[in-house]
Design a protein around this ligand. Sequence first.
Ligand code: DGL
Length: 269
Amino acid sequence: MAVGIFDSGLGGLTVLDAAQKRLPDVDFVYLADSANAPYGVRTADDIYDKTTASVQRLFDAGCDLVILACNTASAAALRKMQEAWIPEGKRVLGVFVPLIEALTERQWGDNSPPREVGVQHVALFATPATVASRAFQRELAFRAIGVDVEAQACGGVVDAIEDGDMILAEALVRSHVDALKRKMPKPQAAILGCTHYPLMQETFQDALGADVRVFSQAMLVGESLADYLERHPDKMGRGQGAFLTSGDPKTVSTRATQFLRRQITFEAA
Ligand code: DGL
């Protein structure tokens, strides 16, 4: 029984880690398309092609349910995949829904008119492709009124994390937070809209200030996956747990082990 988790690289490990803690009896096949990361600077068509190829690999590994633990793929490719590509009996879910549910304090299926929510000034940190898609603002607008979202495209952060250069990643995060604050001096909440960013959560929080509520997806997605599997136990799949990468397994294993602080061994996808 295995559920697939996909990301362009290492960021989805933050989601995997939370999902494993929440669902210790479920096996996961994690696929990192490291050879093609970062996705955040690619066109929507390119992201779609690369995401479908990776998700197909997870279907081939026996997964019936795949989580796109990647906001960039969720924003740029998921809707098109759901409309025309996903085969019968398979399911692909993104990472936006649990975040929007948490921010708007309502369930996804709640189709009542948009209403006021607890926060008015929200900073969104995401990759250039996610920011360009405006997917987050669109989903939010269906459910909430009076929320001002200021988006900051955080160029370079994913590359630095993938390269293991955490000093550069930290410097870039601080400069992106400064840039955001020039546009929105007092955000009440901040969304880490890229699954790589929880690896830098302390830096985001420190740069934003203690009074800014930082929403990150890992825990929210773990909870929502547990709820989904309870309602759809048939989507557990047949595969066995594994870590797959399109990049160099040795390098990716070393970085993953560093991030999760436990031995992670990737094999070639
Ligand atoms: N971790 C990803 C996300 O949530 C992908 C970042 C990238 O490859 O640029 O957007």
